[in-house]
Structure formats: C-alpha cells, structure tokens
Design a protein around this ligand. Structure first.
Ligand code: PHE
Length: 487
C-alpha cells in the first residue's frame, strides 16, 4: 500500500493548547467519556505508583500509563542544546532584557523546574474551571488518582505563585493531555506561562493625570471587562498584555510580522484572546491569554488558611473574638499583595513555536535521543536562525507500515482511550492513528469502528514482523482493557 503523505496541521497542534477554552456547555459529549473510562478503570486492583520519588495509591480515577510516566522528569526544556531549550532561552532573554523593576533588576522571575504532579485543585479549582468542564474528563487528562494528576497546563501554578506574593513570573514546564495520535500531537508537550500583576499606582503611572482613575468598581460584567474592574483599568490592561505579547512575537518571528487578536473564552480570564500570526501565508494561533479573573487574585484560600491556623492554635474562641480573627486574616491577606492588584496571564505552547521556527516536521522528533536530530541544534547560539534539515535526519525516508484494525465498540467507548492505548504499546513507533470507518449495524444496532495505524521508526525501517507483534498486542489489549470485539 502506498505511504500516505502525513502533513502536519498547525491548527491541530493548537487544538491541544486550547483545551481550556471550551465553555461548560460544550462539554456534553465528553461527559459520556467520563463514565466509560471511569468504569474501565474501576475494575483495576489498587497499586502504588511512584512519580519523581513520591508514591501514590491508584484508585478508580487512575489512567496514567507507564509510557507517559517515563516522560516525567525528562525536562526537555532544560536539556542544553535541545530546540525547546533554545527557544526557552530566547523567551527568557526577551523578558530579562525588556522588563525591569525599580531597582533595574529583571522584573519577571522564572520557574522552570516545578513538579508536573499537581492536585486537581491546583489544575482546575484554583482556576475556577467548572465541575463539568471538558478538560476534567478522564478521556482528556492524566490522573494519578482522585487527588493528584499530571498538570494539563502550566496555569496550574498561577494561584500558588500569586499567593506567595509574586507579581511577575514565567513558568516553563511539561504538560500532559490525552489526545489523538498523529505527526503533530503528543501526549506530553511544553508550555510557558506568563503572568503580571499591577497595583493602581503601577498601572496608571504613565497616564498624565491619574487622579480620578481607579482599578475597581462595583459594576456589571461586560464583554470588555469584569464586574469589579473599571473600564479604564480593563482597557489599559488589555493594551499592556497585547503589547507585551506582540513584542515577544516580533522578537521571535522577526519585524514586520502580521498579527491578529481573536476573542475567546477561558474560565480563569475575562476578557480572553488568542494571538494569531501570519507565517508563510497562513494564520497560526500561537497563544491564549486574558485578564485574570479577580476572584483568583482575591486568594480566598489565604483567608481560609489564616482562620484555620488561628483556630487550630486556639487563640480566639469567643464570639467577640471571631470578629478579630477575620480582621487578622484579612490583614494577612492584604499583605499577600494581590487583593489590591489586577493581573494578566498568557500560555504558549513551545513545541508549536519550535516546529514553526526551526521547520521541525514531526512532534516525536523532540523526544529523539538520536544524534542526527540533536546535533543540528547542539552548540548553537539561541539567536542563530536554525532550520532543521530533513535530509540530515530523514524523517520520511524510512517507509511506514500501515495496518488497519476493526472492532465492535462497547457502549460509551472513548476514542481517546484507544489512541492512548496504542501510544502506550508502541511509544514513539506509532506516527498516526486515524478513524477511517464508523458504522452502525442496521439490525443489531452495534457500532463498528476501523482505525488505520501508521507505524514508522524514525531511525530505521520496520520489518513487517516487528509491526505485526505490536499490532497484535494492540488488538489484545484493546479487547482486554477497552472491551472491544475484534472483527
Ligand atoms: N492555560 C491555557 C491553556 O493551556 C492558556 C492560558 C494561559 C489562557 C493563561 C489564558 C491565560 O489552554
């Protein structure tokens, strides 16, 4: 069979970055997947999993697999000479060289080694992600158990860093999402998150007469602003955020770059936007951003923590003194420095940008240990314009092996579960999994699906036998774990 030409679609890559932009009412289909994956998981006996030296007990929500856990701690963004590290250095330098505090020190502090194991509270609740949001489903995120997961975005750390008193920071890290298998999707990728808070004085410092300008009011939520923000504060923040990101894009892609802003939705920002840049004649979405929901900055959990702490030490018990507790707690909350500020945040996918900047044709190449790939970047100055040469590391030279698999699917079968299973069996040796046929038997009403699996080694040609071994294992595990019936 002739090898299909696999072209990667930039918009697909972004689809993964934009998981959080779905509104709650767009989640219906995935809620069914919630339960299918959940019941499959329920049958498994309890085990221990160790991630970065910590041991966790599995439960009905566990859906991380060994192939994914192998990636935790690899930290490609910290590997000298790796294209993701070169890009990270460029972004860091841009912020270090262009933004200073009043002592002329770099304004943004950088966090690049925070563990990707986070609580569900960090990943979702702290960011006001609704209970029924698509990103919470078992078919979209990797859960260690009902309490811990592999972060699905670097935004998971925003609340903690703001709470600790920071007002300008960048977070680089690996993030994990369950998704389809193809040349532009990989269950682990890297993001950089940026956030900046402004006090009233800082935001209006450049305005000629700021006397009557305020950050806050008790107003109405509108498309342009949140209820607690004044229009002038929201507009200035929008300007600050957009110019920061346009400058970064111009630095990375060169001057004369055409950009456009598109309004979107994230549960933790309002208003929210995506930035698209014109690259080689096409509009590409490169990042998501917005004005942080004020509720996140209010850091209510600090109040709660203070109160619990004081109660625990049994300092105040009487009714009268409870009033004092609140005052102490509120005072401490104010010292966190976030309640009187307004903030913006952005999140940007590094692979996506690196593929564009360096002409890297397949997302699996970032995980290649092969010197043919890495040597093209090693020792390079991060500013040197590098173009990855396929000829030097011939991604497409080794021919693919294509096998189809047809099966009857059980009720509530999740496509992502199957993609994840194939990725777990075959690792980097699978290039694409594609649904090529889907029909319902008119009499029995049973549903059948056929998937085309493209196997391709990046450093040699596969033999038919090698591929058959993997393909049979996929069929066996799909039967055992997902309850499908091979046709
Ligand atoms: N965390 C979002 C995502 O991964 C991106 C984002 C970050 C959006 C910060 C707004 C503000 O999809």
């Amino acid at each position: 069979m002739a090898a299909p030409i696999v072209r990667f679609n930039f918009l697909h890559v972004y689809h993964r970055l934009a998981l959080f932009k779905h509104r709650p009412h767009e989640t219906f289909v995935t809620l069914c997947q919630f339960y299918s994956s959940e019941s499959a998981a329920r049958q498994k006996p309890e085990q221990n999993i160790t991630v970065l030296g910590n041991t966790y007990k599995t439960d009905s929500w566990t859906n991380v697999r060994p192939k994914i856990l192998e990636k935790v701690g690899k930290n490609l963004h910290l590997k000298k000479g790796h294209p993701l590290n070169l890009l990270k250095t460029r972004i860091e330098k841009h912020f270090y060289e262009n933004y200073f505090n009043r002592w002329r020190n770099p304004l943004f502090s950088v966090y690049d080694n925070i563990s990707p194991v986070v609580t569900l509270e960090q990943n979702f609740d702290s960011l006001l992600v609704p209970e029924d949001h698509i990103s919470r489903s078992l078919s979209d995120s990797y859960y260690i158990n009902t309490k811990y997961m592999l972060r699905a975005h670097t935004s998971a750390h925003e609340h903690d860093l703001i709470k600790s008193g920071l007002d300008a920071f960048l977070i680089f890290g690996d993030v994990y999402r369950r998704d389809h298998v193809d040349a532009s999707h990989y269950p682990v990728f890297h993001q950089v998150e940026g956030a900046r808070l402004f006090t009233e004085h800082q935001l209006f410092s450049k305005v000629r007469d700021p006397t009557n300008l305020k950050l806050f009011e008790e107003g109405r939520r509108e498309p342009t602003k949140q209820e607690s923000h004044t229009l002038e504060a929201a507009k200035l923040m929008e300007f600050e955020l957009k110019s920061t990101l346009e400058n970064l894009a111009a630095d990375l892609f060169g001057k004369g770059l055409e950009t456009k802003w598109v309004e979107t939705y994230f549960p933790f920002t309002h208003p929210s936007w995506e930035l698209e840049v014109k690259f080689q004649g096409e509009w590409l979405e490169v990042l998501g951003c917005g004005i942080l929901e004020q509720q996140i900055l209010k850091s209510e959990s600090i109040v709660k923590q203070c109160v619990t702490l004081i109660y625990r030490h049994k300092i105040f018990i009487s009714y009268f003194k409870i009033d004092c507790v609140w005052q102490v707690a509120l005072a401490m909350c104010y010292t966190a420095g976030a309640v009187d500020s307004i903030g913006w945040a952005f999140g940007l996918g590094l692979e996506r940008l690196a593929m564009t900047l360096y002409d890297i044709p397949d997302i699996r190449l970032f995980w290649s240990e092969d010197s043919g790939f890495l040597s093209q970047f090693e020792g390079s100055d991060h500013l040197k314009p590098i173009k990855y040469k396929e000829g030097a590391h011939p991604v497409s030279k080794f021919s693919p092996c294509i096998n189809d698999l047809s099966f009857w699917i059980p009720e509530n079968f999740s496509e992502n579960d199957f993609h994840d299973l194939v990725r777990n069996v075959c690792g980097e040796y699978v290039e694409q999994v594609k649904l090529i046929d889907d029909f319902k038997h008119p009499k029995t009403k049973r549903q059948s699906q056929c998937y085309r699996i493209v196997y391709r080694h990046m450093e040699k040609s596969f033999t038919k036998e090698e591929v058959n071994v993997m393909h049979e294992k996929v069929a066996k595990l799909a039967t055992e774990e997902l309850g499908v019936e091979i046709r």
